[in-house]
Design a protein around this ligand. Structure first.
Ligand code: PEP
Length: 262
């Protein structure tokens, strides 16, 4: 079922002490806000934090007995073996992690993750019972060349190949993140973001011929989201939630974004 999903991607920020400090401020602020707690109780809102791998255990311990979802920023395409430096999706699931971000543009660009490689990661994560926040989005050059939707379609079709419509709707959260808007301070206009998110929903319908799946899939916008632009973005019809990078690292700014989302 579609619901609001506000996710903080900490990237490589917040060490162990900062993680602890974050939750010491974030949890009381979240739990004492009646509107937020009611929305979470009524299943109309989910709040997720994606810390660094090193901070996952600390985050899990701190968020214990709260409704906050703790997710990982990456997971390997295999569950165990000789993969120095990798993170096992099986280990994540066993530790209590429920979500993983895959296909983030920083992983695609800096770590050369291709759509077909990501497809293996997505399938493995689903096999291990993890939900996947799958990122798609175009570069500025692609946007200027008028091929943004074609690029997103390819990322979707190859990255999520072989995944049935029901799983797309229930286990995959799509994050539309225009690469030119990530960490640049430049946000897509709410109308532009809505148009692309609408096109992604239509694309799901076209690819699977499944109206239910298209209607139920959660689609996020990400790219320089801040407390000040949250309302304009979240009120768009096809934007169900936000993937927040820089503005999620500090508790007061993320709590403001959550508040402005309701
Ligand atoms: C992100 O890291 O997914 C992101 C959207 O970053 P920022 O909000 O900093 O643009």
């Amino acid at each position: 079922m579609r619901r609001k999903f506000i996710a903080g991607n900490w990237k490589m920020f917040n060490d162990l002490k900062e993680t602890k400090n974050f939750f010491e401020s974030f949890i009381p602020a979240l739990t004492k806000d009646e509107q937020i707690t009611n929305a979470i109780k009524n299943n109309t809102l989910e709040v997720a934090i994606f810390p660094t791998a090193l901070s996952l255990s600390t985050a899990l311990d701190n968020a214990k007995d709260t409704p906050i979802i703790i997710g990982a920023q990456n997971a390997c395409s295999d569950i165990e073996g000789a993969y120095t430096g990798e993170i096992s999706p099986m280990h994540l699931a066993k530790a209590g992690i429920t979500h993983v971000i895959l296909g983030h543009s920083e992983r695609r660009k800096l770590f050369y993750e291709t759509n077909s490689f990501l497809n293996r990661k997505v399938k493995r994560a689903l096999e291990e019972g993890l939900k996947v926040v799958f990122c798609v989005g175009e570069t500025l050059e692609e946007r200027d060349a008028g091929v943004a939707l074609a690029m997103i379609r390819e990322e979707f079709q190859v990255g999520l190949a072989g995944i049935p419509a029901k799983d797309i709707a229930e286990k995959i959260i799509i994050a539309y993140e225009p690469i030119w808007a990530i960490g640049t301070g430049r946000t897509a206009s709410p109308e532009d973001a809505q148009n692309v998110c609408r096109s992604i929903r239509k694309m799901i319908y076209g690819l699977y011929d499944d109206e239910r799946a298209a209607a139920d899939t959660i689609i996020l916008y990400g790219g320089s989201v801040k407390p000040e632009n949250t309302k304009y973005l979240i009120t768009q019809l096809d934007i169900d939630g936000l993937l927040v990078g820089g503005a999620s690292v500090k508790a007061d700014s993320l709590i403001q974004i959550v508040k402005n989302s309701i």
